[in-house]
Every structure is written in C-alpha cells, then in structure tokens.
Design a protein around this ligand. Structure first.
Ligand SMILES: C[S@@+](CC[C@H](N)C(=O)[O-])C[C@H]1O[C@@H](n2cnc3c(N)ncnc32)[C@H](O)[C@@H]1O
Length: 267
C-alpha cells in the first residue's frame, strides 16, 4: 500500500472513530480489511481504501470502521471494578435511598461488562431498579450483545462455573444470558465522538480499555463530555492501565477499597 493511501486512511479512521494508528500499523489495516475487500469484490485492500476515500458511501464507511475496531473483552475484567460495585457503589446507593441507579458501559463490545454488572446486582439483590446501558461504535458487537449468546470459549474467559450455571441457559448455538440478568441491560450503537447530552444522567460510567486508542486531545474531549452525562457526585471507572492524569480537572481520584481508582465528579 502506498504511504500516501495509508496516511489518508489513517486520517479517515481518526475522523470517524477517534482511533489513531501509528505508522507501523499498515499490517493491521491489511489484516483487518482483507475480508471486507474480498466481500466487496476488490483485488486488494488498497483498492478498497481508494473507493472508500473517493465515494461518500456511508454503509461502506461503517463496515470499514467496524472492521478496524479491537473488540477484546472478558467477564469481570480486572475483577476490582465489579468487587467495588459490591463493596462501595451499591452500598452507597442504598445509603442514599436511591430507587433507581443508572450505569453506562461505554464501548461495551459484546456486552460482557454490562452483563457482569447485572450479575453482581442479582447476587447482591439490590433493592433499587438498575438500568445498564451498553453502547459501542461497532454494529456487529452490539448485535451480538443484544443476542446475548456466548460459546464455551468466551464463557471460559473470566466466568466461574457457578455463575455459568446460575445465569445462563443452554441455547442451540451456545449459552444465552438468563432473563434475570439481561432484563437490566439495553444495548445501542453509539460513537463516543458524537456524544449528545442525555435526558437522564448516569450514576456510574464504565469507560474501560478504549481511550488507549485515541489521541490526548480526543481523550480529553470525550472525558469532558462523559462528565456532562454524570449525575452530581457520579463516578467514572477507566481501564486498569488508563488514568485521567492531565486530561480533565472535573474529577477527584479516589482509591477503591478493592484496588484501582475511581474518578468522582467534582461538585
Ligand atoms: C477493547 S474493547 C473494550 C471493551 C470493554 N470496555 C472492556 O474493557 O472489556 C474497545 C471497544 O471500543 C469500541 N470503540 C472504539 N472506538 C469507539 C468510539 N469512537 N465510540 C464507541 N466505541 C468505540 C470498539 O468497537 C471496541 O468494542
């Protein structure tokens, strides 16, 4: 692929998704887009990209951006955020006598994070109604999350046999999340670059393992928009290797009793 084509594709991808590719990631573009190129009848990925950049084809643009996302996720990822639901966030909601609690799983991939949150709520028998909204840029992963069916391989990543037995029912093509877990979740396609103000704010936002793909400027913009979606005193949780350092002054960092850090919206 010509360096110029690669450069123009990188600008396109960042503009549509925020995802920033370094110069050495040409192989990644070739690997991720070869299936789309074949399906669209192109002899090479370069030819697909030229078509993409020269035509305003929104459905092709969506398909290409979708193929460039990294959707790696697992159940109860890093453990401590989910233990913190039990030890801190849910007890605080009970103490505040909340009748409804809202959690946003931003960049939720295939939904494991949202379903893990719901499993903790089920185990804790929380006395309030809980809404968990999962959003992701990729239509493909949102369709999978809505379906809620997982194979043994993906269930083996972070889910205990006990929880599998309790919270899944056998389906012809795998295991389906049981209704008592899925009833609290809803999944929507949503781009973090196009965040709009919500009519109802969130008490807690999980935005984990996605900011790593963005430039500092994009991260700061997204964090500030997330701050606008939080209820007063609401919390933001990032991935284990991510932090808000020098990105926003609207939060106070709090060490969690279960390890890791939560960011509380300043009053
Ligand atoms: C590595 S996964 C992380 C999934 C989950 N949050 C976790 O920590 O396990 C990153 C997800 O971010 C999504 N993503 C990337 N850019 C995005 C954007 N601009 N808006 C919304 N989601 C995005 C990808 O589609 C992918 O599913």
């Amino acid at each position: 692929m010509k360096a110029d084509t690669f450069g123009r594709f990188c600008s396109f991808l960042e503009q549509h998704s925020g995802i920033l590719l370094s110069r050495d990631k040409q192989y990644l573009v070739e690997t991720r887009l070869s299936r789309v190129a074949r399906a669209q009848g192109h002899a090479s990925v370069e030819s697909l990209i030229e078509t993409l950049l020269n035509r305003r084809d929104r459905s092709l643009a969506r398909e290409v951006v979708d193929a460039m996302t990294t959707n790696e996720t697992l159940w109860f990822r890093d453990v401590y955020p989910f233990a913190a639901l039990e030890k801190k966030f849910f007890p605080e909601a009970v103490a505040a006598k909340k009748s409804n609690y809202r959690i946003w799983s931003a960049a939720c991939s295939t939904g494991q994070e949202a379903f893990s949150i719901s499993m903790i709520a089920e185990e804790q028998r929380v006395p309030f109604s809980l809404d968990i909204v999962g959003t992701d840029l990729s239509e493909e992963v949102i369709a999978k999350a809505r379906e809620g069916i997982f194979d043994d391989l993906s269930l083996g990543r972070g889910l205990s046999p006990e929880r599998k037995r309790q919270f899944f029912v056998k389906a012809p093509s795998g295991w389906k999340v049981a209704p008592q877990i899925s009833r609290r979740t809803q999944f929507k396609v949503g781009n973090l670059l196009e965040l709009r103000p919500e009519s109802r704010r969130y008490d807690l936002v999980f935005c984990r393992n996605v900011l790593i793909y963005f430039s500092r400027e994009t991260k700061a913009k997204i964090i500030n928009r997330i701050a606008d979606t939080l209820a007063p005193g609401g919390y933001l949780l990032l991935g284990a290797s991510e932090s808000l350092t020098q990105l926003s002054d609207r939060f106070t960092a709090e060490r969690l009793p279960t390890g890791g850090t939560a960011y509380r919206l300043k009053d």
